[in-house]
Every structure is written in structure tokens, then in C-alpha cells.
Design a protein around this ligand. Structure first.
Ligand SMILES: Nc1ncnc2c1ncn2[C@@H]1O[C@H](COP(=O)(O)OP(=O)(O)OP(=O)(O)O)[C@@H](O)[C@H]1O
Length: 411
């Protein structure tokens, strides 16, 4: 754990970059520092590895006061990633990654073997190791920067706008990659960004700073979005706070009703007309293929040969925002739910999704009105419903997923 205890940094020119900061950063979690330009994020980050020395207060890493440690030794135990990757241009990628292990006296072979392992871990091909930094794209260089920071397996990783200079597509890839790595490595990460969406995506906790180096609020993303401490934080989170909240809420607790899907190899002549206009067609394995309009069936052939409207099946881990998006574009006004393997489990009506989304909004709205009565039980991710396998009637027709079943709530 990293602990800031009444830490301030004042520069000789009188600027207070960080003002009496007290903050605990949990071990194995990602804490994202956000705030307007010049509010002290980088200074805070750089105080952890003593690239900047605090004027007053105490910082400890793993219970040890960092001022008691040798600065060079401290830095070897803390990975550091910056925006422009900071790679040595005249060293190969492998040698760049091996920098810290070599400094630690690992020996060339062992250091290079570790570097090759990391190259794979960050998703780069083995032959990239022999290249030089300028022979890689910006996104690939950032991956190398992350690999280099991880080389000696430090428990702490400092990341200062590491994905700030790449395009949005690569940025999303790098974010996904970091989430995947973090799942495996569980480093204590301090991450600076200007991008609130990035903060919401990556952070286990988000610390919002304002000019003058003052911490305004530090909370989990959902709590921050639902209950911003003041107008400054609310303004910083932006007008789409409600949508961001939906992006954090998964479909896991939204019920679904089992539906009679039509297999792609069934002849259209045998399709009953009393099951609702839009029927979901699946592969023989049960994977949703598309929506079939029973008002416009072709004269012959199989369901799979008929024209189908697109379906984008959703898993429990998908967000309510994705579900809302799918629900508004689905001709059947329903979302197809699938297992991790992509096999249909059931349907959720547009109404059920609106209903769940509305509750997230209501929670955010309550916070906006500053109602202190909001309790932990009202958190948007709290489990709220049984699955429809417990609540829905048998044999609900696809396209007409029972709203009563799909919106049923436990007491
Ligand atoms: N060496 C320095 N001497 C004097 N003032 C400094 C120095 N380094 C930073 N500052 C000032 O301290 C304040 C905080 O700077 P810092 O770089 O920590 O902010 P930041 O939140 O990371 O900004 P940005 O988002 O623009 O990178 C700013 O007002 C900055 O001008």
C-alpha cells in the first residue's frame, strides 16, 4: 500500500503543487489521479519514487517511509511508464526491456530471457525484440514501455499519461491490455490521465484534484459518478455522467426470459405464426444468428436462408450501456443473452433494460440533489433481481420476452 500523510510540495517560486495530501492507495489496485491541468497529478506521482521530494508530510510504500530508503534502490522497486515511452533509441527492444534486470546484476542471458517473456506478455511478437524503438508504432512502443517497467517485477507501477499520445483505437487496445495484465499481476498502480473515460474504465479508485494541488474526492468510479462530492467534481465528470454509470453496470443482475428460438435448419413453412412477429434464429449449437421477420417469410427454404436482421448477443459481463444500445436498435425490442460460449440463454426486453437503466439514473439523480440519505445498499452494482430462469414463465416467445418476468424484482 502507498500512503500519503499530509504531504505538500511547494516549489521555490511559491507554487503549491500539492497541498496537504492525505490518501491511501490500496495494494493491488489501480488508483487513477485526474483533475485539471496543473493540479499536481504528476508531482504527486513523482513523489512516490522520489523524483520529486515533498516539502512536508510523509509518504510510505509497503509501510516503509520512502525518505528512509536509498532513492536508486527505491526506484528499482517501482516501475515507471511515461507518455512518450522514454525508450533508449539506440538499444534494441529486448535490451530496453532488460534495462532494470541488468542494473540489478541479473546477467545478460537471464535478463534477455525475462525480456522475451515480457514481450509476449504485453502482446508483441518475438521478432520485435530485435528491432529498435523507431521501427515500432507508437502503440507498440508504449507496450514496450510497460514491459520495461514490469521487467524486475516491481510491486508498484507509476503510469503518467501512458496512453496519452496514441489514437483512440490503439488507446482502447492498450487499456484492455493493461486490464488483462492487472488481472494477472495485481500491481499497485498509480495512473495519471486527463481522460475521465479512461479513469472510469481503468480505476479501482479515482482521485480528483483541483488547482492548488488539493484532493477533492477519492472514490470507486461508480460511487464517484453517483455521488460527486461537489459541483467541481460533477463538472469534471461531465454531462454524460449517467451514461458513464451505465457503462459500469453489468447485465448480470438483469433478468431474462427463456425464449423459443428457431434453428437455422428449420424450414420456414413450419414456423408457427402465433409467437410474435420477430423470432430469433440460432445455429444448431444455439448461437444467435439474427432476427427473422415472420410477417415477411420467403415462400420456401430454411430459417437460416431467409433474410435476417442483425443481432448482437450480450453476455452477463457486458454493460448496461451496450444493452441499451442493442435494445434500441433491435427490431424485436429485445436483447439476446448468451453464455460465455455464445449460446443463447434467453431474452431481455427493452423495457427491462430501460427499467434497470432508469434506476441507475435515479441513483445518480439523488446524488445530484445532494441527498445524504443514499446508503451503500443503493449502490448501482448491488444485486437486485433473480434471473428469469427463476421468475419467467416457460416457453416465452422470442421477440415478446415477458415484460412482467423480465422486470420482476425481489422484495
Ligand atoms: N519544477 C517546478 N518548478 C515550479 N513549479 C512547478 C515545477 N513543476 C511543476 N510546477 C507547477 O506545479 C503545479 C503542478 O504541476 P504538475 O505537473 O504536478 O500538474 P499536473 O496536474 O500533472 O498537470 P498536467 O495535467 O498539465 O500535466 C503546476 O502549477 C506547475 O506549473
Amino acid at each position: 500500500m502507498i500512503k500519503f500523510d499530509a504531504v505538500s510540495k511547494r516549489y521555490p517560486n511559491g507554487t503549491t503543487a500539492v497541498d496537504e495530501l492525505s490518501l491511501d492507495l490500496p495494494e493491488g489496485g489501480v488508483t487513477v489521479l485526474v483533475g485539471s491541468s496543473g493540479c499536481g497529478k504528476t508531482t504527486t506521482l513523482r513523489m512516490v519514487n522520489r523524483m520529486v521530494e515533498p516539502t512536508s508530510g510523509r509518504i510510505s510504500v509497503g509501510g516503509r517511509d520512502i525518505l528512509e530508503a536509498d532513492a536508486a534502490e527505491l526506484r528499482r522497486g517501482i516501475g515507471y511508464v511515461i507518455q512518450q515511452s522514454g525508450l533508449f533509441p539506440h538499444r534494441t527492444i529486448l535490451d530496453n526491456i532488460a534495462t532494470v534486470p541488468l542494473l540489478l546484476g541479473w546477467g545478460k542471458r537471464k535478463a534477455r530471457a525475462r525480456a522475451a517473456e515480457l514481450l509476449e506478455l504485453v502482446g508483441l511478437p518475438a521478432d520485435a525484440g530485435k528491432r529498435y524503438p523507431h521501427q515500432l508504432s507508437g502503440g507498440q512502443q508504449q507496450r514496450v514501455g510497460v514491459a520495461r517497467a514490469l521487467a524486475a517485477d516491481p510491486p508498484v507501477l507509476l503510469m503518467d499519461e501512458p496512453f496519452g499520445a496514441v489514437d483512440p483505437v490503439v488507446r482502447t487496445q492498450l487499456q484492455n491490455e493493461l486490464l488483462r495484465l492487472q488481472e494477472e499481476l495485481r500491481k499497485t498502480v498509480v495512473f495519471v490521465t486527463h481522460d475521465i473515460d479512461e479513469a472510469v474504465r481503468l480505476g479501482d479508485r479515482i482521485a480528483v484534484f483541483r488547482t492548488g494541488g488539493r484532493l477533492v474526492q477519492c472514490a470507486e468510479p461508480a460511487e464517484l459518478l453517483a455521488r460527486p462530492a461537489d459541483d467541481f467534481v460533477a463538472g469534471f465528470l461531465g454531462a454524460e455522467r449517467g451514461l458513464k454509470l451505465l457503462s459500469l453496470t453489468t447485465l448480470a443482475d438483469v433478468p431474462y426470459a427463456p425464449g423459443r428460438a428457431i434453428r437455422a435448419d428449420e424450414p420456414v413453412g413450419g414456423i408457427p405464426r402465433n409467437g410474435g412477429r420477430w423470432r430469433l434464429v440460432t445455429s444448431p449449437r444455439g448461437e444467435p444468428l439474427g432476427w427473422l421477420d415472420t410477417d415477411a417469410l420467403p415462400a420456401g427454404g430454411t430459417a437460416g436462408e431467409a433474410p435476417l436482421e442483425d443481432v448482437r448477443p450480450l453476455r452477463d459481463s457486458d454493460s448496461l450501456l451496450s444493452a441499451l444500445n442493442e435494445a434500441v436498435s433491435s427490431p424485436a425490442a429485445a436483447v439476446a443473452r448468451v453464455t460465455e460460449d455464445g449460446v443463447l440463454t434467453g431474452l431481455t426486453s427493452r423495457d427491462a433494460i430501460h427499467d434497470r437503466a432508469g434506476r441507475s439514473h435515479a441513483e445518480a439523480g439523488r446524488a445530484e440533489a445532494g441527498r445524504a440519505a443514499a446508503t451503500a445498499n443503493a449502490a448501482p452494482t448491488a444485486p437486485v433481481a433473480k434471473t428469469a430462469s427463476e421468475t419467467a414463465p416457460e416457453d416465452t416467445a422470442p421477440g415478446a420476452a415477458s415484460p412482467s418476468a423480465a422486470t420482476e424484482r425481489p422484495a
